[in-house]
Every structure is written in C-alpha cells, then in structure tokens.
Write a protein that binds this ligand. Sequence first.
Ligand code: NAP
Ligand code: MG
Length: 499
Amino acid sequence: MTTINETQIQQVQSRLGAEPFRLFIDGQWCEASAGKTFAVSNPSTGEQLATVAEGDASDIDRAVRAARKAFRSGPWADMSFGARSALLHKLADAIMANVDELAIIESLDSGNTITSIQHVDIPMSVGNLRANAGWVGKVAGDSTAAPVSANTVHFTLKQPVGVCGLITPWNAPFLMVLNKMGTALAAGCTVVIKPAELAPLSALRLMELVAEVGIPAGVVNLVTGMGGVAGQALVDHPDVNKISFTGSTRVGRSILQGAASNMKRVTLELGGKSPIFVFSDADLDAAAAAIAQEVCFKSGQFCAAGTRLFVHDSIHDALVDKVAAVMREIKPAPGTSPTSRMGPIISENQLRRVEHYVAEGQQQGARLVLGGKRAEGSGWFFEPTVLTDVTPAMSIHNDEIFGPVLSVLRFSDEQDYDALADLANATEYGLAAKIWTRSLAHAHAMARRIDAGLISVNGGGKTDAPRPFGGFKQSGIGREGGLEGIMAYMETKTVSMSY
Ligand code: NAP
Ligand code: MG
C-alpha cells in the first residue's frame, strides 16, 4: 500500500476506457446476448469512465446454468477442504498484491476516497475473506445418541445451499461483493453476482483475479446490468437456491416477494437511520470526532451511519459546536485526490435527493448550522451538513437520506431509559445505534432496549474481530459475518439410520 500518484491514476483510467467490459460466465468473458452496453461514470467529474455489458434474463440464465454445473460436479464439487481454503487465501493474496490498482478503480467509479478504500474497504474485506477461508471444513453437523436398543443413529450434515445470487449496492462496491462471495465460496456454494450498475468496475477487476488464482470455471459468475432486469431475473430464477442482497429496503421487499416463487433462502442487508445518544458524562471530544467522521464517511452513503443525534440538554450546544468544527474542516474533493477526506455523492439524482431533504427540513423548522448546499466542483459534491432543532415528525429525522447530513435533537431526562429507547425505536429501521457515556448503567440500559443489530458504545467496533452484521425490523433479515454468516449459506440435513 503506497501513496498513489497522478500518473498511476491516469494509467488506470485509460485502461478502464480502452474497451467495453464484458460479462464473466463459466470462466469466459463474453458479450451480453442482446449485445447491449451501458456507460458508467466518475461521480467526481460527471464524465464517462467505461462502457459495460448490459446483461439480461438470458445472460442470467447462462450464468445460473454454469454455476449449477460447477456446483454439481467437477473440480469445485470435488475439492478438498484444505484446497478450497488455500484457494481463498490465494485470492486474498492476489487482491492485496493489487490493492493500489483496485483502490484507484473503485475511487474513480464510486467517488469514495482512495485512502479509505486502501485502508478500510479492501483490508477489511480481505480480512473477512481470510476469516471465511478459516471456516472451511469447520462448520460441522452433530449427532444424537438414541438408546442403543433402538438400533438407530441420527446425525446432521451441513451442506452448501447451492447456487447463490449476490446482488450488491454502489456505496462500498468491492467490500460488498467480496464479503458475500467469500462467505458463499467458503460454504461450498457457487455464485452469480449482479453488482450495482453505478459502480461495477472493481468487481469486474476482481473476476480477473478469480480466474488468475485458479478458482474453477463456473464457480463465480458476474453479470452486469440493470437491477430491474438482470437483478430481477436472478431473483425469479427457479434454479437459484439463495439470494443475498444488500441495498434499499424498497428493493429488499420486492426481493422477498420474488424469492417466494421457489422459496429461495434470503439474506437482506437493507437501509438504516441509526440513532446516536450522547449523555452528559460523555467524552465530548471523542464523541464529536467520531460522529462527524462517520457522517462524512463515504459522504454519508453508509448504511450503518449514525445520523439521528440525540444530545442531553446540558451539553447540547457544546457538542454541536464541536461536531460542526470537525465537519467544517472536511472539504468535499475528488475521491482520487490523496488529501480528500470526503468524495462526491454517487449521482446527480442522489445529490438532488439530499438537497431536497435538507430544504424540506428547513421548511419544517430545522435550523441549519453547517453546510446545506452543493459544494464546488464539476462532480456531485455536497457539503457536510448539520441541522438542529429537529423534531421526530420531520422527514430528515425519519428517512434514510444517504448524504452527509446530521440531524440533532435534545433530551432532558437521562434516567428515563424507556422514553429514550422509544425515541430510538420510532423508526422502521433497526440497523445500528451508538451510545456515548462513561456510565455503565446508561450503556447497558440503552443497549438492551434499542432494537438494532449493531450497538456501539464509546466508538467500539473498530476491530477486525469477526462478528455478525445485520439489522432488526426493516433493516433486513439474517446476519453476515462470523459463524452465523457462513451458516446462512448452508442447509442442515438430518440423517436417521437404522441398522
Ligand atoms: P438499491 O437501489 O436497492 O440497489 C441495490 C442493488 O439491487 C443494485 O445492484 C440494484 O441494481 C439491484 N436492484 C434494483 N432493483 C432490483 C430488482 N427489482 N431486483 C433485483 N435487484 C435489483 O440500493 P442502492 O441505491 O444501490 O444502495 C443504497 C441502499 O443500500 C441504501 O438504502 C443503504 O442503506 C443500503 N445499504 C445497506 C447496507 C447494509 O449492510 N445493511 C450496506 C450498504 C448499503 P442497479 O444498480 O441496477 O439499480
Ligand atoms: Mg461510477
């Protein structure tokens, strides 16, 4: 991992624009059967970056057939646990050997900062890949001792669920694809990936590495295309056993309906509107720095970001000043700039959505403390934004904005945990919650009461320890990561044998 210079960026960019990217099916690069393509652009400049094949239902069908064949027989189906694990480690090595190039590709394509991709997204997802490689062969069944006189033995087998459709969003494109793919492969499944149309390029580069390290043909397939066409075809396909989806709650709901056709297993990682509680005894400097950085991480396009800030009356003004002071120093700049701490919003549409919410919040009575408008530059930049005097009825408080926007509310009774939890839980979402306090009583009382899959106290959670990730309520179904994550790609078979 090095500091990347302008020449490297130019070289990667000219390679991306050189010729259209194709689909990766059964170990081969191929055109979309209808011959269609679409343009992908750089959100830091608004310019076209590359042309990509636009697959449809027939391409998905080809990919599913290849995945089924590789699942049933051949080198992947016959591979020993040791060899499978080694292959995943080999892929991890290959990714790290190309980390700078991958970070440039992803930064150009998604707008996320090069440094965050180099230092967070790629190492974290490679860590998860290695953790998944470690699970291979260790997720085992068990047996039940029936009375000896019964002449019967019961045991369970853990078997891979089969062909998995992996559908991913644009906000952390590489990490999302690799986390899902690594878990599915560790379990012994085969996959068809449909990456986000707005940022598919790092996943396409990953397919080259998949081929290079020798993952057998058909085990990993990737079909770029539109969600409503290629994604929907994967969801509807009768020979797909599982869909793992990360994206919006709206699309998640339609996936659940589509999956019902053949009872596909589903893992859904959806939206969030996570609360942050800062109690009067908190370390305000640490809280302010963490809150500000999190709201600006990926320009606020981060599902688990804390965006509803509840602050105790006694420290409200001091904390808001501190948060605003940190956010004021975060200037939006192209993700590929080595000093950029916050890139653009992914698209013009998404930028308009953020603008709309901030304007509506002010119309409804919120007070703008910082930002609130587009930032300079030819791309889709928005300034870090803080709004106070927010009430629970406002749309900025209730809807997932997916921009660098923090809304602030007050609370007065810090012992009334039920009332505080009611504030936290008054949302359709339940992905994450953050608590800042030195009091064990506050921390435990709130952690128990908030309906969310991920609770962080005093910034805890920034380690690579494998742990389950996912949400309550309409933030999703199931968990990714850790033992639960790999079990979600397996079926349990009970064998009862009489003798
Ligand atoms: P999205 O619109 O739901 O799209 C996600 C993926 O689904 C894309 O690949 C999309 O294709 C595809 N898709 C769209 N319609 C489909 C359909 N009818 N059938 C099958 N697939 C379909 O979400 P997004 O705007 O890319 O991402 C932002 C959302 O993701 C936010 O709500 C955010 O909170 C959530 N998110 C959640 C997590 C988490 O772990 N909980 C992590 C990151 C993001 P196209 O690209 O062609 O539209
Ligand atoms: Mg792009």
